[in-house]
Design a protein around this ligand. Sequence first.
Ligand SMILES: [Zn+2]
Length: 141
Amino acid sequence: MEDKRPYGRKGGTDMAPIEVENLRESLERTRAELARVLRTRDGIEIEKSADQMDEIQYASERDLAIRSVDRESKLLRQVIAALRRIQDGSFGICIECESQISPRRLAALPWALRCIQCESAADRVAGERADSAGERLEDAA
Ligand SMILES: [Zn+2]
């Protein structure tokens, strides 16, 4: 019997191919949208003004614009990576523990790289780095 499934041959997600296809389409749309947004932001204008208050205003607008470009480029990279993972069959597999990422999680966050357990473990580590040592008491008990 011929296997014509484009996905899942290498033990990828057990999402139905049609669901993966829907996600792929929505990822493609997100990619196009982000690319468009980033193109229009390409020339962040550096406005000059004699007025110092205006200068401050422009500077903070510029900061904001640069920050959102950062965020959008990062998301765009994640979206492109997810599309690549759909193509090579590794979509939906956690990069940490190689278990399957739940279809519900993928539907909400198609570019997720980790299963919910690994993601919250990673969040915890990040949180612990950010927190002061003051919250460690309950662990010691
Ligand atoms: Zn995992």
